[in-house]
Design a protein around this ligand. Structure first.
Ligand code: AVJ
Length: 318
């Protein structure tokens, strides 16, 4: 008897990615609750410099960021992909201390991350006006544009833009722009090109945490798609190319093998040493940031840099 079931987007994307001539799985699927927890471990590693850089920028330059906003009254702070809020809380506290009046609206895919965030933010910035959401960025953007008449500062921090292919980054920023009002601001965290060894070490750490982060995708397939992947038959490989600023990460099949997914009712085949591309993490040059802002309808108000110039929180205005 033939049965049909509705497949999740995850299931469909796994099918599409693992039947492609060049296999791939999207890094957006890294962030289930377990993956978000592993990412928090990554952020604690000394090799993973972006967190410390952005922390430095926010904890030392939030007053300057606030003054560059040029908002005269109350405003919203809408954060896309807020994670656990460990960095943002410093910005929120500095803004509060400077007398700013705002509503903080964090949005994240992971409910567990939002729960941790609420706890962290409330403990650090008591009495904050916070309206957390889980789910889709654009639903919230849409809703705000119809229900709120105060200006907004949108936060897209942590260097998440680096995960998008150039055309996709442009399309995403254009979509942000379309949902924003004239005078609204966007603060984008962007990792910059730097000594290639520094970047290589951040994405291929000696502790194996980044490997575990990637392997979590296979574990998700086993759990959610009822598959029988032998996790120890895959390795992780990551490489920074300083000629184009791209870190590309992969899972590597250690032998000719296959696995079966009951949910997809399908078997997937791998050659020995076959790659599954999992992530792009692009590093930018300052002139490329100006080009990207202009192409998506923004002007760059200011680049807030850390002291080593590894990372920028780039403030854009619509
Ligand atoms: C969360 C997208 C900023 O690309 O640096 C960390 C994810 N991947 N280590 C990044 C990540 C491997 C991270 N972002």
């Amino acid at each position: 008897m033939a049965t049909t079931t509705l497949l999740s987007t995850f299931a469909q994307d796994v099918r599409t990615g693992l039947t492609d001539k060049n296999k791939y799985l999207s890094s957006k699927y890294f962030y289930d609750d377990a993956g978000s927890r592993i990412f928090m471990e990554i952020m604690k590693m000394p090799e993973y410099y972006p967190t410390g850089c952005e922390f430095e920028i926010i904890s030392q330059q939030s007053a300057q960021i606030l003054s560059k906003l040029n908002f005269s009254g109350p405003f919203n702070i809408v954060e896309f992909g807020s994670g656990d809020g460990m960095k943002t809380k410093h910005l929120l506290k500095a803004f509060t201390n400077a007398g700013a009046s705002f509503t903080y609206i964090p949005i994240d895919i992971s409910q567990e991350a939002i729960d941790a965030l609420e706890h962290n933010i409330n403990a650090f910035v008591p009495n904050i006006d916070m309206q957390p959401r889980t789910g889709d960025y654009f639903e919230v953007l849409e809703e705000l544009s119809t229900t709120s008449d105060v200006p907004s500062l949108f936060l897209f921090m942590g260097g998440n833009i680096g995960n998008y292919l150039p055309d996709d980054a442009l399309a995403l920023l254009q979509k942000f722009n379309a949902g924003m009002k004239h005078g609204d601001k966007l603060l984008v965290g962007i990792d910059l090109q730097k000594n290639p060894r520094t970047i290589q070490l951040a994405y291929d750490d000696p502790h194996g945490i980044t490997k575990a982060f990637n392997m979590n995708l296979l574990r998700r397939i086993n759990n959610e798609l009822e598959a029988d992947i032998a996790l120890d038959q895959f390795d992780f490989y990551s490489n920074y190319n300083p000629q184009n600023g791209e870190v590309n990460s992969y899972l590597v099949s250690l032998k000719k093998q296959h696995f079966h997914s009951t949910v997809l009712n399908q078997t997937f085949f791998f050659e020995k040493d076959e790659l599954v591309w999992t992530e792009l993490s692009k590093k930018y040059l300052i002139p490329q940031i100006h080009e990207l802002a202009a192409a998506s309808g923004f002007g760059v108000s200011h680049n807030f840099l850390d002291c080593r110039h590894y990372f920028t929180d780039s403030l854009w205005e619509k």
